[in-house]
Design a binder for this molecule. Structure first.
Ligand code: MG
Length: 285
C-alpha cells in the first residue's frame, strides 16, 4: 500500500493517508468533525454583562407526574388502568348492533369471538389513551390471506359495523396478504415496520398510544389522529398519521367525533374464531 502525506487538514496537522477509497473515508470524517465544530460554534457566546446562567434556570419541578405502580409482569395493568376485560366477564362491553350485553363466549379467562354475535364495543368512550390487549389465533386456524384469524381493534368506533379506525388483527404467521392490511397495519393506511406475529396457539400483545383527531366546529380536521403501536414489544407503527377512518373500499376521510368507544371486530371469514384476554386502557390528556 502506498501512503503519502495529505495536504494540511483543517486541524493544522498532516495525516498519513492512502490515495484510494480510504481518502474519501477520511474526507468524510473531516467533514463530519468540522460539522460538529460548526454546530458547537452556533451556541451563543456568554454575555459578560449578564449574570452567569445557573442549571436551576432550566429545571422544571411542577406539576409532578402521578405515581403509577407498574403491573407485576409485562402487560399486567398498571395501577391507574381501566380494566376492560380481566378474564371474568364482558360487563364493560356491548354489542355494536343494538347495545345489548356483549354475547361473545367467555371461558377459561378468555373471550372468544362469536362471529354471529357481531362486533362489540366498550360502554365507555375515550379520547386519547394508552391501550393493551392480547389475542390468540387457535392452533386449528385455517384459511389464507385476509380469511385467516381476521379481527381488529377499532381505536375509535365512530358508528355501526366497521365504522372507525381499525388496527388490523390477523394471523400473518407465514401467511401473506396485502401489506397495508396485514397484522400491525392501520387498515389500508399504514404498512407495519415489521411482522412480529407469533404462531397460531400463542398469545400476541398489542400496546398502543392513540392520539384522537380533533375537529373544528364546521367538522373540518383541526389535528389528525396518530397511532403508535407495538406488537409483541416490536414497534410496528411509529407515530403514524392517519388519513381518516379506515375503509375496505375507497379513500379514507375524517368524520367529526368527540369521544368514542373501542371496538373489537367479529370478522365474517370462515376460520375458527380468535380469543382475547387482558384488555386495559389508560386515559391520557
Ligand atoms: Mg380486520
Amino acid at each position: 500500500m502506498q501512503y503519502q502525506l495529505a495536504d494540511t487538514w483543517p486541524f493544522g496537522c498532516k495525516l498519513p493517508m492512502m490515495k484510494s477509497a480510504h481518502y474519501s473515508m477520511l474526507s468524510a470524517l473531516a467533514i463530519f468533525l468540522s460539522a460538529g465544530i460548526a454546530a458547537q460554534a452556533q451556541q451563543p457566546a456568554a454575555d459578560p454583562t449578564q449574570p452567569k446562567p445557573k442549571p436551576e434556570e432550566t429545571e422544571i419541578w411542577k406539576p409532578v407526574p402521578p405515581v403509577v405502580a407498574p403491573g407485576a409482569t409485562l402487560g399486567a395493568p398498571p395501577s391507574d388502568a381501566i380494566i376492560l376485560f380481566d378474564g371474568k366477564n364482558l360487563d364493560e362491553w356491548v354489542s355494536v348492533k343494538d347495545k345489548s350485553p356483549a354475547a361473545w363466549d367467555v371461558h377459561d379467562g378468555v373471550a372468544t369471538v362469536k362471529k354471529a354475535g357481531g362486533n362489540i364495543e366498550t360502554k365507555r368512550s375515550f379520547k386519547n389513551y394508552q391501550f393493551h390487549l392480547e389475542w390468540r389465533t387457535p392452533e386449528t386456524i385455517t384459511g389464507t390471506g385476509q380469511a385467516r384469524g381476521n379481527s381488529g381493534v377499532f381505536l375509535a368506533s365512530t358508528g355501526p359495523g366497521d365504522d372507525g379506525y381499525e388496527l388490523q388483527v390477523l394471523d400473518n404467521y407465514q401467511n401473506d396478504t396485502y401489506v397495508n392490511g396485514m397484522v400491525g397495519s392501520i387498515y389500508k393506511q399504514s404498512i407495519p415496520l415489521a411482522n412480529a406475529c407469533r404462531k397460531p396457539g400463542e398469545w400476541n400483545a398489542y400496546d398502543v398510544a392513540w392520539t384522537a383527531p380533533t375537529f373544528n366546529d364546521d367538522g373540518t380536521v383541526k389535528t389528525p389522529a396518530y397511532a403508535t403501536v407495538f406488537l409483541n414489544g416490536v414497534l410496528v407503527d411509529n407515530h403514524f398519521e392517519l388519513k381518516g377512518q379506515t375503509l375496505y373500499i375507497g379513500k379514507p376521510f375524517y368524520k367529526k367525533y368527540d369521544a368514542a368507544p373501542i371496538k373489537l371486530q367479529a370478522h365474517g371469514d370462515k376460520s375458527d374464531p380468535i380469543s382475547f384476554r387482558n384488555i386495559w386502557v389508560r386515559e391520557l390528556p
